[in-house]
Design a protein around this ligand. Structure first.
Ligand SMILES: [Zn+2]
Length: 144
């Protein structure tokens, strides 16, 4: 059988089957047949202990010029994702959690201008964006 490069890529990056199906609009059977053709192990249910999230995160990043961090894991609908415990978490939210002691509010997106940057200190949630707007408003006038 002929393998699809996009499915192969996501499988090799440890993407969860549900995410592959949703992102590439393919059926479960096609994902399973690719996994078998690549001789990749079937997804595990329970059992082996999880690596700490920080290790999982850093194993899938690489530094980029300018102090940014690139996600080398997979993306679902344009969002960098980490498969974990049968589901997936946004890498933005994980990164935010590594740099802050509180839970993020609303969407977490990079505020540094580098597309898809996952450097923990470059990520902003809604609370931070509102604070920034308020500060700018108090300096330059206008309503936040
Ligand atoms: Zn950045």
């Amino acid at each position: 059988m002929k393998l699809r490069a996009d499915i192969v890529d996501m499988l090799r990056n440890g993407a969860h089957q549900q995410d592959i199906m949703r992102t590439l609009h393919v059926g479960a059977n096609l994902v399973v047949s690719h996994r078998e053709a690549l001789r990749l192990p079937a997804p595990k249910r329970g059992g082996r202990p999880l690596r700490p999230i920080k290790e999982e995160f850093h194993a899938r990043t690489e530094p980029v010029d300018g102090g940014h961090l690139r996600w080398t894991g997979y993306y679902a609908n344009g969002v960098p994702k980490l498969g974990r415990q049968g589901g997936s978490i946004s890498a933005y939210r994980i990164a935010f959690g590594l740099a802050h002691t509180r839970e993020p509010v609303g969407h977490v997106i990079p505020g540094c201008g580098h597309p898809k940057c996952v450097e923990p200190t470059h990520l902003e949630d809604q609370t931070m964006r509102l604070q920034l707007r308020t500060q700018l408003a108090s300096i330059f006038g206008g309503t936040p």
